[in-house]
Design a protein around this ligand. Structure first.
Ligand code: C2E
Ligand code: MG
Ligand code: MG
Length: 549
């Protein structure tokens, strides 16, 4: 009866004696491994697994461990020489005294899952997009490697890596391109690691590399290799895409004793690297946990800040250098935190974007900027145009137009005095939809400006189709005009381009007289920057406004 059961099951079953010599295999096992019935009886079963798995794998399989053991990913030899990967569970069969007399290995046939849609078999333990081991398999491998490292008194580094600004790229180029990028990143990762390392995809834009190390410096070398691997641009959808990694490094045994602890520490270190601007690695240190908690805390405080009206708008003049008068202003948000003082947008806008709070904050900015602009007009100053930064979330939101309309109606501001600043990356995901949206903003009568122009991913061929009024030269191009000939040419080209397309051009970040002179000489007449003024509170800004006689 037992034999009939073995014959009938689709799981491959292998029975060995205590030493690992094969006593019995079932037909499913012959089918899986390609060996003829009877060919394996009496042979050493280790031969099927040797050299394909971790060095100690076979010793471990036939060891006197107390419980059955399950492996997500085991490699075994097929009769034709190739290696195949599958799950395996091993159960010692014990006599009355508890000593194992035989071993029963069951190869889990469901570890090859057919993907119904593509007809391809997907290997359990591997990420279907990139083909890299997945989190579960990584956990398994790290677990195994820790067992070995414990015996040998060795260390392991777990590098947890997240792509910086992946969401922006995804938004800009679309999800298919995002997937393509992840695949190519995975390929490059595969090339830089050694055979003793495991590269895995954790989820989304997060990857990990596990590497046995003999000194901490070894993990630095791996981290640098990973950073270098993505430094060269990727070519996706005919675009050059630049990405960077933020890497968090956790070390066994100092930072954690098991995979979960190491992963947690690695993630926390990665966040640390991200908040430092990305494109670098950080080691885990205990004070990082505190910082992570602070971030959650920040989210809570941001919500409260909106309720408690702790946000303020500062205004930075845009000077018309021909008349030397303030032609416009950019509204720049600040957070007057009762505990920590004034906090700049760089510190909270990204978090507000992530937690969705940006939409409400953005609405507040729009309303406040319109109100203030109208108030200055009513006070008798020559009208100026007010620019308000709009985030990706806001721009995509269905009710953007309603919110703009309401801000205008409620303040009584003529739409021609309001301009929205958007960035290139918001436009490239679905270009047609973006154009329609831009047009509807224009139809309201508002201006529309592309901020930080030259740093995003937009293609010049689209530019002529965008119904915009203004290009803002990113301050990176202004900053370097003195030292760098190339930057100079780019700044000149952007000015020329705006002329050709009949757009207004505004330069930001002019700090020095030389910057202003260069811009002026090249036909850029509207300039914003510390040379003229820092962003100012409404009261101080008002002093700069012109009051006609
Ligand atoms: P942005 O829109 O490109 O704003 C220009 C930034 O450059 C401002 O920084 C401004 O203070 C700074 N800046 C101006 N002139 C100079 C200069 O001569 N030298 C240097 N080094 N910097 C100069 P800020 O106020 O810290 O704002 C940073 C970014 O935060 C803004 O970049 C914008 O992307 C975002 N932001 C600010 N306010 C808002 C807002 O109300 N809503 C949204 N969604 N984003 C905002
Ligand atoms: Mg701006
Ligand atoms: Mg800008």
């Amino acid at each position: 009866m037992f034999a009939a059961v073995l014959d009938a099951t689709s799981d491959a079953v292998l029975l060995t004696d205590r030493a690992g010599n094969i006593r019995e295999v079932n037909p499913a096992f012959n089918k899986l491994t390609g060996f003829a019935p009877g060919a394996l009886i009496g042979k050493d079963a280790r031969e099927l697994f040797r050299d394909l798995n971790d060095a100690n794998f076979c010793d471990e399989l036939w060891s006197d461990a107390p419980a059955p053991r399950h492996y997500v990913s085991v490699r075994s030899k097929h009769a034709d020489g190739r290696a195949q990967v599958h799950g395996l569970s091993m159960t010692p069969i014990r006599d009355g005294s508890g000593t194992p007399t035989d071993f029963l290995a069951v190869i889990l046939s469901d570890s090859f899952q057919a993907d119904a849609a593509s007809g391809e078999t997907r290997r359990v333990g591997y990420d279907s997009l990139t083909g890299l081991p997945d989190r579960a398999l990584l956990a398994d491998r790290v677990g195994q490697t820790i067992l070995n490292a414990k015996r040998a008194n060795k260390s392991i580094a777990l590098l947890v890596m997240g792509l910086d600004r992946f969401a922006v790229i995804n938004d800009a180029l679309g999800y298919a391109a995002g997937d393509q990028l992840l695949k190519e990143v995975a390929e490059r990762l595969g090339k830089v690691i050694r055979s003793s390392d495991t590269a895995a995809r954790l989820d989304g834009d997060k990857f990990a590399v596990m590497t046995p190390i003999s000194a901490i410096d070894d993990s630095v070398i791996v981290a640098e290799k990973v950073l270098a691997a993505v430094r060269k641009p990727f070519h996706i959808k005919n675009e050059e895409v630049f990405v960077t990694f933020s890497i968090g490094i956790a070390i066994y045994p100092t930072d954690g004793e098991d995979f979960n602890d190491l992963l947690k520490d690695g993630l926390s270190a990665m966040q640390h690297a991200k908040s430092g601007g990305g494109a670098e690695y950080r080691f885990f240190a205990s004070d990082m946990n505190t910082k992570a908690r602070n971030r959650l805390d920040l989210e809570k405080r941001l919500r409260a800040a909106l309720m408690n009206e702790e946000f303020v708008l500062f205004y930075q003049p845009k000077m018309d250098v021909l008349t030397n008068r303030v032609k416009g202003a950019e509204a720049l948000i600040r957070w007057r935190d009762p505990k920590h003082g004034m906090i700049g947008p760089g510190e909270f806008i990204p978090i507000a974007e992530e937690c969705g709070l940006i939409v409400d904050i953005g609405t507040w900015c729009l309303r406040e900027a319109c109100r203030q602009t109208k108030a200055w007009q009513d006070a008798g100053y020559a009208p100026i145009r007010m620019s308000v930064n709009v985030s990706a979330h806001q721009f995509k939101a269905k009710d953007l137009l309603d919110k703009v309309k309401n801000a205008l109606t409620d303040s009584g501001l003529d739409p021609k005095w309001l301009e929205l600043e958007i960035t290139e990356s918001m436009l490239m995901n679905d270009v047609e939809a973006a154009i329609a949206r831009m047009q509807s903003v224009r139809d309201l009568g508002c201006g529309l400006s592309i901020d930080d122009f030259g740093t995003g991913y937009s293609s010049l061929s689209y530019l002529s189709r965008f119904p915009i009024t203004t290009l803002k030269i990113d301050r990176a191009f202004v900053k370097d005009v003195q030292e760098n000939q190339n930057t100079k040419e780019i700044a000149r080209a952007i000015i020329g381009l705006s002329r050709g397309l009949n757009l207004e051009v505004v330069a930001e970040g002019a700090e020095l007289l030389e910057h202003v002179q260069f811009l002026k000489d090249n036909g850029c007449d509207i300039i914003q920057g510390f040379f003229f003024s820092k962003p100012l509170e409404a009261k101080a800004f008002e002093a700069k406004l012109y009051r006609p006689a």
